[in-house]
Every structure is written in structure tokens, then in C-alpha cells.
Design a protein around this ligand. Structure first.
Ligand SMILES: [Zn+2]
Length: 534
């Protein structure tokens, strides 16, 4: 008679392939799934009856920023409680390494708006392996799969210098990238709206993408423009895949700003056509109509050149202010222009470490309370006061577009969030707590935008395949026992923009590498997570 460490008995098994679910048992020994099917005669040290519940592979979040807060939240509380057992980190060009001695302060300034204030980062690492060995000292609960951020990589070689890379600089970047990929990074991310990503031209990206391709790794991109020039920007991402053979992931895909709503039909068609030509392009989406980023994204990137101190000095200059005001009003900049596209009303401060009293306030309200004859001047004065240190929520998307992208077979569903916990306070984007239960509650059960099996595929096997994560993302013999048990009738997100620190409902058990880490809404404090290598 077969013996297991643990048997999950009588569940509805949604195995991650997208195939119809079936009822059965799962036998687990050590960190692996050893058997799937009818295991009536088998024995185990622990048998968990999961009748009436769904068991699926642990959710894999292909796009988040857990690395920016993992030292403060080694349990990845807001993630593990929604069933995310693996996070792909280092996204949007914002990885924690490589770091060079020459530009250590620059990279700190670059990541500062994103890093959790409570996380005790020492900044004494130079590459991803060294960074993650700090992270794993006290153990982690989730598995983390690192990407190299192109922004971080460029800063390591030439700081915030906006000029094109010289041959020597290019070679230095390639060498650092190769070293990280050699060490198991899953690919490279870019954030082409954030300096220095925004300074990076097509040729430079192409050379780096070629190296990524030679490792069969992923190029994941926050494209140059998600608003007026979203179609062109998707074309740019695909062109990299076409020229260098790299596998492309268009991150948190959307058409931002009312005038652009509906363009996702065109961008998805462009991706389908590119796939037919042999380009491995896919996209991902978070299930909310508002996004969140740093407040510096409201200004053209040239205003940010040279880092924070230079930016603040520049914004005091009346001539610079006048030039910016004209550009923003006319909408003549080629970059995203949220003030013009969305208006002050639809931009709400999420958090500001330096001025927490503004959390939850719209820019319209901040400006009107301060008075003054010119809203943009008033905004800039306020921006200087808070030193540009705040994150904001942008109500930028159309619900119909979100549904269209979620329903499309080429999209994975992701959170794009930072990690948090109820004790953190502040107002993070609710996606930090609710993304995956929201997909399975709102979009699968309530609105029937897609089947349960398809919903589960988009957060398990699809991201695993795309990132090249082996042995995870499916319920199959020999795979790692990363599993989520949930109630398909009650699973739902509870976090809202006004009251975000709320765990979801309906997640019963979460297992990572064969160990139970969450049971009935309780985080057990077990830390079986691993740093994964490609
Ligand atoms: Zn991004």
C-alpha cells in the first residue's frame, strides 16, 4: 500500500492545463506531488478532506514587485493569503541588482519611491545572488523568480546619463546581463516610461534582447506608452521579438485614457498576427480599471534627468516650469501625459512617506485646498514640498477593455503590486490583496468572462511556461507541491481603494513546496519558499 506525507482527498482538481476539472485525490511526499487520481487505498500522515473545494496549482504571479518589500514582509503576507506561491520579480526595469559601486546612490534614488519604507535594505550587494542571499537569511514563504531590470542594469553602467550607450558601455551592460542570466535569472524586464529606461533607444534594447534570447529567457516590457501611442509601443515590443528572436511579454496591458479606450482590440490583433509570423509575444493584465505608479510619472522624463536633487532644483526654475506647463497643456510631449489625459480628478494620492496626510486625496482636491490662480503652478509647488515622493492611483482604463484582455487567450493575469500586510497602514492598490480571488470571483464566477479552468490556466501553467519556471504551474506527478485549495462559490476579493488592507475570502489552504503555509485564513509562519533559477 502506498504511503504519502499528505493526501488532499476528494477535491475538484483544476490542474492548470485549462482542461476540464475532475474529482480526485492528490498524494504529496516531501516537496513533490507524487500521485494524482483515486488514492482510496493509500495512507498518509495527514489526510485533508477537501470535498466541495477546488484544488489548483499555486498561483504564479508573472508580474509583481515583491522584491521591493520582501525584507519587511518575508511571508509576503498580502500575496500568500491570496494563493500566490511564486512571484516573478524585478519587473518594469526595476530590479534590486546589479549594483555598481560608482552608481550605488543613483540606483537607490531610482528605486526609493518603490521600496517599502520598513524594509531594512543594506545595499551592500552587487548582483542578484547576493541580494537574494540577504532575503533568504530568515527564510521566505513564497518562491521568487528574478528578472534583471534594464533600468537598474543601465544605471550600474552609466547612472542617469541620458545619452546613448557607447560601445564600451554597451559591452559592460551585456557582461552584467550575461552574468545574471548565467546565474539563473529568468530574463530581463524594461520600464520604458521610467528614466533611464525612457532614455534607452531601440538599438540598445535590441542588443540586450539578443543576449536574453540566447539564454531562451524572457523579455518582459512596460512599454513606452500605454495611452495615445499604445499601438506604436506594442509594435516596438514586437519588433524586438522579431529582430532578436526573444520571447516578449507586454506587461500590464491596457489602453489608458478615455480617448484610447478600445485600442486593445487592435493591440491584441497585432499580437496574434505577430505570433502567426513566429514571434512569441503574449501579454498580461491586472483585473482593475485603475493603475498605480509614482507621482514623478506625471512629468516628462527630461524633467527628472540626473536624479532627484537635480529634478527638484530644476522645478524651481520659472523658465522650466513655463516650458513644462506649455508642453503638458498642449499635449505635445511624446510621452504619457496623465494630467491631460485623465484630469486632476482622476489622479489620487495613494501614499506619501514624507506627507502621509495626502493619502486618499485627489490632485483636484489638493490643488483647490491650496488655492492659487494656476492649478499647474500650485501642483508644482506641492510636488516640490513633498519632494516628488508619493505614489498615485490613476483611473485610466475602461472596464470593457479589462474584460476583453482578460478573456483573450494570450493574456496572463497578474497583480503588478508591491507586497504589504494589514499592519502596514497607508493605502496600497487593492490588487496587493485581491488580484487572484478577484479574477476567480468577479470575472469567472459572477461575470462568466472565462471558465474556471481557463482562469486558473492564466495564473498557473501559462506564466510558468512563459517565464520558463520548471516543475511548477501544473498538478501533475513529479511537480512541486505548490497548491491552493479554494471554495469556488465564495472566493472573492475584499480589498477596495478606500479600504485596501483586507484579505480575500474563500482561500482555504495554501501549500508551498509541500508544506502548508496558510490554512483557513491564518498565516502559519512556515517559510518553505525558494529563490528559483532558470
Ligand atoms: Zn510597470
Amino acid at each position: 500500500m502506498k504511503n504519502f506525507d499528505r493526501i488532499l482527498r476528494n477535491g475538484r482538481i483544476c490542474d492548470g492545463t485549462g482542461n476540464p476539472s475532475f474529482h480526485g485525490d492528490i498524494g504529496i511526499s516531501g516537496d513533490r506531488i507524487e500521485a494524482v487520481g483515486r488514492l482510496d487505498a493509500a495512507q498518509a500522515a495527514e489526510i485533508v478532506d477537501i470535498s466541495g473545494l477546488v484544488v489548483s496549482p499555486g498561483f504564479i504571479d508573472l508580474h509583481n514587485h515583491v522584491d521591493h518589500g520582501i525584507l519587511a514582509y518575508p511571508d509576503a503576507d498580502s500575496y500568500i493569503m491570496q494563493g500566490v506561491t511564486t512571484s516573478v520579480v524585478g519587473n518594469c526595469g526595476l530590479s534590486m541588482a546589479p549594483v555598481s559601486a560608482a552608481y550605488r546612490e543613483d540606483v537607490r534614488g531610482y528605486l526609493k519611491p518603490f521600496l517599502d519604507k520598513k524594509a531594512p535594505y543594506s545595499w551592500d550587494w552587487s548582483n542578484l545572488s547576493e541580494f537574494f542571499s540577504c532575503v533568504t537569511k530568515s527564510g521566505i514563504t513564497q518562491n521568487l523568480a528574478p528578472l534583471v531590470g534594464q533600468g537598474t542594469l543601465r544605471i550600474a553602467v552609466k547612472g542617469f546619463d541620458p545619452t546613448p550607450a557607447t560601445d564600451d558601455e554597451m559591452n559592460a551592460m551585456k557582461e552584467l546581463l550575461r552574468a545574471e542570466l548565467e546565474n539563473g535569472a529568468f530574463g530581463m524586464s524594461s520600464g520604458l516610461v521610467y528614466p533611464p529606461g525612457s532614455y534607452t533607444g531601440a538599438e540598445e534594447l535590441r542588443e540586450l534582447a539578443r543576449i536574453v534570447a540566447s539564454y531562451g529567457a524572457l523579455y518582459s516590457t512596460h512599454i513606452r506608452n500605454e495611452a495615445d501611442r499604445v499601438i506604436k509601443s506594442v509594435d516596438e515590443a514586437i519588433a524586438l521579438g522579431e529582430a532578436g528572436g526573444v520571447s516578449v511579454q507586454v506587461s500590464h496591458h491596457k489602453a489608458a485614457g478615455r480617448g484610447n479606450w478600445g485600442k486593445v482590440h487592435a493591440t491584441l490583433r497585432i499580437m496574434e498576427e505577430a505570433r502567426a509570423r513566429g514571434v512569441d509575444v503574449t501579454c498580461d493584465v491586472y483585473p482593475y480599471i485603475a493603475g498605480m505608479t509614482t507621482i514623478t510619472s506625471l512629468l516628462p522624463s527630461r524633467a527628472l534627468e540626473g536624479g532627484t536633487a537635480k529634478m527638484l532644483a530644476r522645478l524651481k526654475d520659472p523658465e522650466v516650469r513655463k516650458g513644462l506647463a506649455e508642453e503638458l497643456h498642449q499635449g505635445s510631449i511624446g510621452e504619457e501625459n496623465w494630467i491631460k489625459t485623465l484630469g486632476w480628478d482622476n489622479i489620487v494620492i495613494a501614499e506619501s512617506g514624507i506627507a502621509p496626510q495626502y493619502a486618499g486625496m485627489s490632485l483636484a482636491r489638493i490643488i483647490s485646498e491650496r488655492g492659487g490662480s494656476d492649478p499647474f503652478e500650485t501642483f508644482l509647488d506641492w510636488f516640490l514640498e513633498i519632494r516628488g515622493e508619493a505614489t498615485m492611483i490613476l483611473s485610466e482604463m475602461d472596464e470593457a477593455d479589462v474584460r476583453t484582455v482578460i478573456a483573450h487567450p494570450l493574456s496572463a493575469v497578474i497583480s503588478d503590486s508591491w507586497v504589504t500586510a494589514p499592519s502596514a497602514g497607508g493605502r496600497p492598490h487593492p490588487r496587493a490583496y485581491g488580484t487572484f480571488p478577484r479574477l476567480l470571483g468577479k470575472y469567472v464566477r459572477e461575470e462568466k468572462v472565462l471558465s474556471l479552468e481557463e482562469g486558473v490556466r492564466k495564473i498557473t501553467s501559462m506564466p510558468a511556461r512563459k517565464a520558463g519556471i520548471r516543475g511548477r504551474g501544473l498538478i501533475a506527478e513529479g511537480f512541486f507541491a505548490d497548491l491552493v485549495v479554494f471554495d469556488p462559490e465564495t472566493i472573492r476579493d475584499k480589498a477596495t481603494f478606500l479600504d485596501p488592507h483586507q484579505y480575500p475570502e474563500g482561500i482555504r489552504h495554501v501549500l508551498v513546496n509541500g508544506q502548508v503555509v496558510v490554512t483557513n485564513n491564518t498565516l502559519l509562519g512556515v517559510r518553505p519558499g525558494k529563490i528559483l533559477r532558470k
